[in-house]
Ligand binder design. Structure first.
Ligand SMILES: [Mn+2]
Length: 466
C-alpha cells in the first residue's frame, strides 16, 4: 500500500532531495505525542544521515514569532494551518510535513524555497489515515529506515487516529503492516481497556468511563465481577494485567461487559456497544513485558505526560532509544503527572464543581494548568453524567489573555454522529475564538468573559441531539 502510486510519493522525492543537500537543519515540531514522535523520527533519520540538526517543541501560536535561522527549517505536525509569509524569506528553505487541513494550495509559491507535504493535497484524510509522525516516517523510509515504522504506529495512536474505527486504516494501515513485517509490532483484536501492561486488571476495569457502570470507579465491584467470571486476579503474588488474560477469559469478560452496557445505555446506542469495548491493540515487541512502553496506548500516555509538563526532551530521548536514565526520568515524570491529576480531580469532586446544563456539563478549572485541562475533563467525565459532554475552562496562562476550553465525551455520542471538534470550532468562532479537534476530544481558545455565551451557544446547538 505504501508503494502504491499515490501522487504524494512525488512530493516526498522533493523532500528527500532537500534533506540531502542541507547540512544545517532546524526542526520545529508540535508538543503532543504525535508531534514529539514525529520529531524523534526526523531526528533519528538526520542522525543516521550525519546531518547537524536542532529540535524545538512548540505550540501552534509560537510560529508567528519565528525567524528562519538555519539553512533548512522543517515544520512537523504543524505548519500547514499557519501563515508563513513572514517566515519565508528569499533566503529561506522550508519543509512542512503536516497532516492538518492546509491553508495554502498544493505547490503554492512563497518567498524562498518551500516544500509542503500534506495528505489533504492528495485527497487523503489527515485525521484518521495518517498522522504527523506518519508523514515524517514516509520521509524516513525514502532513506530506507523502515525500522522506524513502529514510531509511525505510535504517533497514529497518540493522535487517536484509530479511535473511531478501532483499527488502523489508510496509510496508517500500510505503516502498521510494515512494522509487523519487521517484527517490531504485534497487533491483535483485543478488549479496549486502558492499562494493558501496567495496571492490575481490576484497576484497569474501574477506569471504564464511557458509560457509568457499577464497576466504574469501584475496584471492589471490579474484583467481584472478575470473581464471578472465574478470572483470577493474581498469578501467585503478582496481580494479573489485561495482557495476562487468556483468550477465553477475555471472551467471558467481553460478553459480560456487553451485557452490562446494553442494559445501561439507551436503545439507540446498543449497536455501538461492542465497538466501545473492543479494538486492535499494538504491542511493541522490542520493549519489555509490563513496561509502560510495551503497549502503544500506554506509551503515548507516557510521551504526553512528559509533554504536559514541558519535558519533551525526555520523551524524545526515550523514543530515540534511551532505556536507561531517560526511561527512569520518564517514569518519574509520569508518576508526578498522575499525582497532579489525582489532586486536581479531588479538588473538582470535593467541591462539587461539575455544573449540569440541559445538554452539557461543565467545570471552571482555574487551578488547573491549561496543558492538562483536557486530560482532567476526560477523567472527570466518569463522575458526571456520561450522556452529556463535559467542558472544562481555565486561563491560558503564560501571560496570555484568554480562556482555554476542553471538551470530552463518551465515544457513544460520537459513534451516534456528533462531531464535537467541528461543533466547537463553530461555537468558538461565534464568540471570537478559535477551536477544533477530534469528535470525542476537542478544544478552543476563547476571549476572557465569553464563557457564559460560549456555554449557552454550545448547549443550545445540541438541543435534540443528545
Ligand atoms: Mn498530529
Amino acid at each position: 500500500m505504501l508503494e502504491s502510486d499515490n501522487s504524494m510519493n512525488l512530493s516526498f522525492n522533493k523532500a528527500h532531495e532537500l534533506i540531502k543537500k542541507s547540512e544545517d537543519i532546524k526542526i520545529y515540531t508540535h508538543i503532543d505525542c504525535d508531534g514529539v514522535t514525529a520529531g524523534a523520527i526526523l531526528s533519528s533519520m538526520l542522525d543516521r544521515l550525519d546531518k547537524d540538526h536542532e529540535i524545538e517543541f512548540i505550540s501552534l501560536d509560537k510560529i508567528d514569532d519565528l525567524k528562519a535561522e538555519n539553512e533548512l527549517t522543517i515544520f512537523s505536525d504543524l505548519g500547514s494551518g499557519q501563515d508563513l509569509t513572514e517566515f519565508c524569506t528569499s533566503a529561506s528553505k522550508t519543509l512542512i510535513l503536516d497532516h492538518h487541513p492546509p491553508i495554502r494550495k498544493m505547490g503554492q509559491s512563497m518567498n524562498g524555497e518551500l516544500v509542503e507535504l500534506n495528505p489533504h493535497f492528495h485527497n487523503i484524510d489527515g485525521s484518521y489515515e495518517i498522522s504527523g509522525g506518519g508523514m515524517s516516517y514516509l520521509l524516513a523510509r525514502t532513506f530506507g529506515f523502515q525500522d522506524l515504522s513502529w514510531m509511525g504506529v505510535l504517533s497514529a495512536v497518540g493522535d487517536m487516529q484509530n479511535s473511531f474505527n478501532g483499527k488502523m486504516v489508510g496509510i496508517n494501515h500500510g505503516i502498521l503492516n510494515e512494522s509487523i513485517k519487521h517484527q517490531l509490532v504485534e497487533s491483535k483484536n483485543d478488549l479496549a481497556i486502558y492499562g494493558r501492561q501496567t495496571r492490575p486488571i481490576f484497576v484497569a476495569l474501574s477506569y471504564f468511563g464511557d458509560v457509568n457502570l457499577p464497576i466504574t470507579n469501584n475496584k471492589t465491584e471490579c474484583l467481584l465481577l472478575l470473581n464471578k467470571l472465574d478470572i483470577p486476579t493474581k498469578n501467585g503474588r503478582k496481580h494479573r494485567s489485561l495482557c495476562d488474560l487468556s483468550v477465553e477469559e477475555k471472551g467471558r469478560l467481553f460478553s459480560e461487559l456487553v451485557r452490562m452496557l446494553s442494559l445501561e445505555v439507551p436503545s439507540k446506542y446498543v449497536k455501538y456497544v461492542p465497538k466501545l469495548i473492543s479494538g486492535d491493540s499494538y504491542e511493541f515487541l522490542e520493549e519489555e513485558k509490563y513496561s509502560p512502553l510495551r503497549d502503544a496506548s500506554e506509551f503515548s500516555t507516557a510521551v504526553n505526560a512528559c509533554g504536559r509538563h514541558n519535558h519533551h526532551k525526555v520523551a524524545l530521548n526515550v523514543l530515540k532509544g534511551d532505556r536507561g536514565a531517560g526511561l527512569d526520568e520518564m517514569e518519574h515524570l509520569a508518576l508526578g503527572h498522575r499525582r497532579y491529576l489525582a489532586q486536581k480531580m479531588n479538588w473538582i469532586r470535593g467541591d462539587d464543581r461539575i455544573i449540569p446544563l440541559n445538554n452539557i456539563q461543565y467545570f471552571e478549572g482555574s487551578e488547573i494548568k491549561s496543558e492538562v485541562i483536557g486530560t482532567i475533563a476526560g477523567m472527570i467525565l466518569s463522575y458526571g453524567d456520561w450522556r452529556k459532554p463535559i467542558i472544562g475552562f481555565t486561563p491560558i496562562g503564560e501571560d496570555k489573555e484568554g480562556i482555554k476550553v476542553s471538551l470530552r465525551c463518551s465515544r457513544l455520542l460520537a459513534y451516534n454522529g456528533i462531531h464535537f471538534g467541528n461543533l466547537i470550532r463553530k461555537v468558538a468562532k461565534k464568540v471570537g475564538g478559535t477551536g477544533g479537534g477530534h469528535s470525542v476530544a476537542c478544544g478552543a481558545y476563547i476571549p476572557e468573559g465569553s464563557t457564559d455565551k460560549f456555554l449557552n451557544l454550545l448547549d443550545e446547538s445540541l438541543k435534540g441531539l443528545i
